[in-house]
Design a protein around this ligand. Structure first.
Ligand code: NAG
Length: 823
């Protein structure tokens, strides 16, 4: 509240720009280009043309052949202007509010290495950035995203400001840091209706509604985020006059599983027809709602988390449109901003005046010098008595408000310029980024991950729908070291030494792969993921293998591909699915895995027509999986936390020996001096460690929890989340613990096991499972302890077998099963 007061003082000192404002045509400037360029119907004029603007210094026109493929502006990003002395762009305008967008897509030109660029920008009297290094900023964002477990890679920046201009000139002054230079690709100036921010807003701290924004006699903002929640990116060319870019939101979701996208097909209109410039209707056509609507206790929020700057005030604008319900009091929820209630009893229909109405709500919040994140959370409103416990969000924007004429983030480390505070690896990273695309490889392994389990479904078996359809994004190992300097010769020689390659097994030629898959014959496809296909193939000796081929990719991707291979190559264990080799010829990215003839454990538990596994087989499989996990946790110098232990990630070979899959995509555990890894929550609903969920702290014990759920799933043979059951039974972990505590577990045991197990072994087994599910991680056993106890269970059961039929040797359990299944 206190700081908001300050803001108001600062902003109130400007002059009100009343309606009837004059509107100027957008000024779109392509820097360092010698002629204009048209992109999506808009013409960007060369900065040497000086139409409607002047540039005070000639600077150096820089260009590159590389493409920044992930931007619709890639053509614009092939040129830039470099200034080694202070320089001004002065644009002729009429007094009013303007979007000022500065585009930075760094590349190296002659001896100007963009990552050494560092400068300050001031517009009229507002400081926009100080000691700013486009490359440094890209690195900062990327390492933040990587830390959050997101795989996205940002290769260009658009800094957007909303500035109030009182005179007829908007000046953009660039001042290089001493010994450094300015680097800028493009500048846009677009007039903004003052009404864009002429809206009332709720101050989160006080809960009071302020007309503050309408009272602001002028304002200066920086756009921090602008997201089309649940939908695809809306590009500037889809946002008419204002040319805004609405990014996808998944990189900012705290728990991707908690919210699912929904889409609308009926006609949407603006709740207030005068507000059509607030956001294009496209924003309201997609949304996210809470996943697992049916779970009895929906004790979670949909959450988004944003990296911002400390010590500023923020305007958070949420966009809503209800299109799943058509009456008020059907979906009512609560909105939190930075852990505080921003609105309760939020009923979109009541506020917007109907369904299919585009509506937005503004909030104001201040960040102290301790906080550099903004959390936006939407969750259940339990007391409201709504029809459903659910929430919806369609779009989100976060704007930073200037303080005392300043929008620049305070310089974090005094003394060092952004340029020289970046380390060597970040230098190589930015060179890499500058050459364009490169995103491919980062995402490709996530594609592999998604495809991984598909491979193992037996084609003839009914594919069972996974109850947790949301794939977790991958967590990648050290993002920085995975990116090599593009100047290095492009070979698969790994910087970490070539021995990782030899451990990887064979490097296949593309010819061999083509032969193995009959030239990628469609009939051999056993799995399809977003990024490519998985084939069953025959290599060399004729032993079947699973071959995963990434669709299309850039040459840049090879490096990251290689780093992932390097990780996979370190993991060798009888109970982990092994990689046999790879193929990198002709820019292919292909991984060859051992083929797991019996598919996923889950397929053998329920939902298909496969014969039931015997009790002893189930124990054996659990022991195998426990061994694999125990190895991940303890077998290497740094432990590896799997993070997605579930029955679809436990695969069975032709002898029903269990192997854990998807392990190369896990997270390195805490080093000795730390007890946990802080990370965004990943995993699958129903298996997720509640402590991890609550505290975002990852330890090996999170895997132990998930394994406990697997143990119950194995004995009960039902989905971990089954919304069709009565409320208290929906979540297997909750229900099984309940029954276990009442001593009633036998009642929910797979009926096909009835009378075919020893009660003592089941009792012991259930005790272990229960311990794994202890609420607090430290009360759970280690995987080693779990393994040991499971071996005891097996011993008890073997004794039983001898009791029942001493003529059957323990090893012949396969036969026993067949006999069992015939009756
Ligand atoms: C949702 O988030 C808020 C704020 O962080 C928190 O107080 C609340 O307990 C959360 N609700 C649930 C159901 O987890």
């Amino acid at each position: 509240m206190r700081s908001l007061g300050l803001v108001s003082v600062a902003i109130f000192s400007f002059i009100l720009i009343t309606s009837g404002e004059a509107k100027i045509n957008p000024v779109l400037i392509a820097c360092g280009r010698n002629s204009s360029v048209t992109i999506a119907g808009k013409t960007w004029i060369s900065d040497s043309s000086m139409q409607n603007f002047t540039v005070s210094s000639q600077g150096i026109a820089a260009s590159t052949l590389a493409l920044s493929e992930n931007s619709s502006y890639f053509d614009l990003y092939r040129t830039a202007r470099i200034f080694t002395v202070p320089a001004n762009y002065t644009i002729n305008v009429v007094a009013g509010s303007y979007f000022l967008r500065l585009h930075f897509s760094p590349f190296t030109f002659l001896n100007f290495s963009a990552n050494e660029s560092s400068f300050e920008v001031t517009s009229n009297n507002v400081k926009l950035v100080s000691r700013f290094s486009p490359s440094g900023e890209l690195n900062r964002r990327n390492s933040y995203l990587q830390n959050e477990g997101k795989s996205s890679n940002v290769t260009y920046l658009v800094k957007e400001y909303v500035l109030t201009v009182e005179s007829s000139e908007l000046s953009v002054a660039f001042v290089p840091a001493s010994g450094s230079f300015v680097f800028v690709n493009a500048i846009e100036v677009i007039s903004v209706m003052t009404d864009l921010f002429n809206q009332s807003a709720t101050e989160v701290a006080s809960g009071t509604t302020k007309n503050s924004l309408s009272e602001l006699n002028g304002f200066n903002l920086e756009t921090m985020y602008r997201l089309n929640v649940g939908g695809p990116e809306i590009t500037p060319s889809q946002d008419a006059d204002l040319m805004r870019d609405w990014k996808t939101d998944s990189d900012y979701m705290f728990l991707a599983n908690a919210a699912s996208p929904v889409f609308n097909s009926s006609n949407i209109s603006y709740s207030n027809p005068n507000n059509s410039f607030i956001a294009p209707l496209l924003v309201y056509e997609s949304a996210r709602t809470m996943s697992n609507n049916e779970v009895a206790l929906k004790r979670f929020n949909m959450s988004w988390k944003f990296l911002v700057d400390t010590d500023f005030d923020y305007l958070i604008r949420l966009h809503f449109c209800e299109f799943n319900y058509n009456m008020s009091r059907q979906r009512i929820f609560r909105i939190y901003i930075n852990n505080r209630t921003a609105s309760n009893n939020f009923d979109v229909i009541a506020r917007a005046g109907g369904d299919n109405k585009a509506y937005h709500e503004d909030y104001l919040d201040s960040l102290s010098s301790q906080t550099n994140t903004i959390w936006v959370q939407l969750g259940p409103e339990t007391a409201a008595g709504a029809l459903v416990t659910d929430a919806i969000l369609n779009g989100l924007e976060i704007f930073k408000l200037s303080r005392n004429g300043n929008l620049a983030r305070p310089i974090e480390k005094s003394g060092a310029t952004a340029g020289d505070s970046e380390n060597k690896s970040s230098k190589s990273k930015i060179l890499w980024a500058a050459t364009g695309s490169g995103i491919a490889a980062i995402t490709i392994l996530s594609a592999f991950s998604s495809m991984f389990f598909c491979v193992y479904y037996r084609r003839k078996a009914d594919p069972v729908k996974d109850p947790s359809p949301n794939w977790r994004p991958l967590v990648h190992y050290n993002p920085i070291s995975s990116i090599m300097d593009v100047k290095q010769p492009r070979t698969l020689a790994n910087p970490n030494g070539s021995n990782s390659l030899s451990r990887l097994g064979k490097r296949f030629s593309i010819l061999e792969i083509r032969t193995a898959t009959q030239n990628f014959d469609e009939s051999l496809v056993i799995g399809v993921g977003g990024f490519g296909k998985v084939y069953k193939g025959k290599i060399d000796s004729g032993a079947p293998v699973a071959i995963k081929r990434a669709n299309s990719h850039s040459e840049q991707g090879l490096n990251e591909f290689e780093t992932e291979i390097d990780m996979l190559s370190k993991l060798r264990h009888r109970h982990l699915v092994a990689i046999i080799g790879f193929c990198d010829e002709h820019d292919e990215m292909i991984l060859v895995y051992e083929y797991m003839a019996n598919g996923t454990l889950r397929n053998h538990l329920f939902g298909g027509d496969l014969p039931a596994l015997s009790w002893k087989q189930r124990i054996d499989i659990c022991i195998g999986a426990a061994r694999g996990l125990h190895y991940l946790h303890t077998g290497l110098e740094r432990s590896i936390i799997h993070r997605d232990v579930k029955t679809t990630n436990i695969l069975l070979d032709e002898n029903f020996e269990a192997k854990v899959a998807d392990f190369g995509l896990s997270k390195t555990g805490p080093s000795l001096e730390h007890t946990h890894v802080s990370t965004a929550v990943k995993g699958s609903f129903g298996y997720l460690d509640p402590e991890y969920y609550r505290r975002q702290q990852l330890t090996e014990k999170s895997d132990v929890y998930s394994f406990g759920v697997v143990l119950f799933e194995v004995v009960c043979a039902r989905p971990v989340i089954n919304p069709t059951l009565p409320k208290e039974q929906i979540n297997l972990a909750e229900w099984a613990i309940h029954c276990q505590r009442q001593g009633l577990l036998e009642q929910i045991v797979d009926p096909r096991l009835k009378g075919k197990f020893r009660p003592e072994s089941l009792k012991k087994y259930a005790e272990i499972a229960e311990k794994c599910l202890a609420d607090e991680g430290k009360k759970r056993p280690t995987m080693g302890e779990v393994l040991c106890s499971l071996e005891n269970v097996l011993l008890l059961e073997r004794l039983a077998e001898v009791d029942v039929d001493p003529t059957i040797p323990a090893e012949a359990h396969g036969k026993v099963d067949e006999a069992e299944n015939e009756d």
